[in-house]
Ligand binder design. Structure first.
Ligand SMILES: Nc1ncnc2c1ncn2[C@@H]1O[C@H](COP(=O)(O)OP(=O)(O)O)[C@@H](O)[C@H]1O
Ligand SMILES: [Mg+2]
Length: 402
């Protein structure tokens, strides 16, 4: 804004004729409009309050961050519109204050903000010395969305944690493999001896041996699954039709579907582009997801598998009627070994996420507690020739992020 304009206007105020007023007002309105357009086009949220903490201005970015509507917010106290904000403490500080905060409404975000006291120079007209003093008239609050950078920091921590865990556990898992083998062989030897015994004792021993064997194979599958989860092989990418992988995964469950009396609806989008994926890994991912749905629904129920696409991704979503999960459970499903099942491994979803991420995709869970769960896998299909670099978001070139 031409700052000179206002000053000149103020100087000339005494000489402004009625015919000029309209002209000047128009010019002022235009300048105000320009500033508002500028403020609304910046990504940082801006809120201005008066000395009593009442909102006098809020730009669009701030409205979006806090879920406010400018017309309802103006004139209201900021801490009344943004619950949990300790405005008195923040605004009592003499200088600027900077803090981070987490907001939960309208969506969960992390925000960094700083608050600056606004001072206006007042010239005392009457005084001949024309001395001026700064008068506090309120505060300006500038807000920045730092959700992304925090998330990537969290992801790094998570992947570090997983790496440490991997090293430790891979060693243990490997060590368990050998005694398991040996147990298996000795059970076979026992079985051979048992066959020579008389019938009564033989039946009892055989039963024990069968139980022992099934427990060993369960342990073996846990170890195998675990090693697969923590040492994912690089995907072998080939152009594949996602629908046919879905169908194959479902076919695999045919006996179980029949047995549990479950209905599976496949709503497959016929125009999907072929995707560069590792067919076996993707099948494993779908398999784990479907298995979870069946286990949640137990008997009867409907699993809806829907494939679709948007401008950049192919979407595969699985919606079941298995009751969904609690918020607490939802926040822990990707923790290794977190399971609510008596004989679960707690690794299924971790493997799914690994596979999806290795394919450049992402995973979303939406639970309607009491009703069911929707798990959506998004896989990119656009051949990316150009990748816009986001500031402060370094390319991960080691290829082993979680
Ligand atoms: N479709 C689903 N509906 C309800 N809960 C689910 C569903 N899928 C996963 N879960 C929850 O997430 C947990 C972790 O799943 P997962 O990683 O596959 O391990 P596991 O199946 O061995 O328990 C499960 O124990 C279950 O509580
Ligand atoms: Mg599972």
């Amino acid at each position: 804004m031409k700052s000179g304009f206002l000053d000149k206007l103020i100087e000339r105020l005494g000489r402004v004729g009625p015919e000029d007023v309209q002209n000047y007002l128009l010019q002022l309105a235009q300048e105000k409009g320009l500033i508002e357009t500028v403020f609304n086009s910046i990504q940082e949220g801006i809120i201005v309050t008066d000395a009593k903490g009442r909102i006098t201005y809020v730009n669009e970015a701030a409205c979006q961050l806090f879920g406010l509507q400018a017309e309802n917010a103006i004139g209201k106290r900021l801490d009344e519109r943004v619950r949990g904000l300790d405005w008195d403490a923040l605004s009592n500080s003499a200088g600027p204050v900077s803090r981070d905060m987490e907001i939960f409404y309208p969506s969960n975000k992390f925000i960094n903000f700083y608050i600056v006291p606004l001072l206006i120079e007042r010239r005392e007209k009457q005084s001949r010395a024309r001395f001026s003093h700064a008068e506090p008239v309120g505060h300006a609050m500038i807000l920045r969305d730092i959700t992304e950078s925090r998330r990537s920091a969290e992801m790094t921590i998570e992947s570090e944690r997983l790496n440490a865990l991997t090293l430790l556990a891979a060693g243990v898992a490997h060590e368990i493999g050998n005694p398991l083998n040996s147990l298996h062989i000795h059970l076979q030897l026992m079985e051979r001896k048992v066959r020579t015994l008389d019938t009564q004792v033989r039946a009892e021993l055989q039963e024990s041996i069968d139980i022992a064997r099934s427990e060993i194979s369960r342990l073996d599958s846990i170890v195998t699954q675990f090693l697969k989860a923590i040492r994912p092989s690089k995907p072998q990418l080939h152009p594949e039709n996602i629908n046919s992988i879905v169908e194959e995964a479902v076919r695999f469950f045919a006996p179980e579907i029949e047995d549990r009396g479950i209905v599976v609806h496949q709503e497959l989008h016929s125009g999907l582009p072929p995707l560069e994926v590792d067919r076996d890994q993707m099948k494993q991912a779908f398999y784990n997801v479907i298995k979870n749905s069946f286990e949640a629904m137990k008997r009867r129920g409907v699993l809806r598998i829907h494939t679709d696409m948007d401008a950049t991704h192919v979407l595969v979503s699985f919606t079941d009627t298995g009751g969904g999960m609690s918020a607490e459970n939802l926040s822990r499903v990707f923790e290794p070994y977190h399971t609510t099942k008596p004989s679960g491994s707690g690794l299924g979803l971790l493997i799914v996420r690994r596979i999806v991420r290795e394919h450049g995709g992402e995973l979303a869970l939406e639970s309607e507690e009491g009703r069911g769960l929707t798990l959506t896998i998004r896989l990119p299909y656009l051949d990316k020739r150009v990748r816009m670099l986001e500031a402060g978001n370094r390319e991960r070139s080691d290829g082993q992020g979680a």
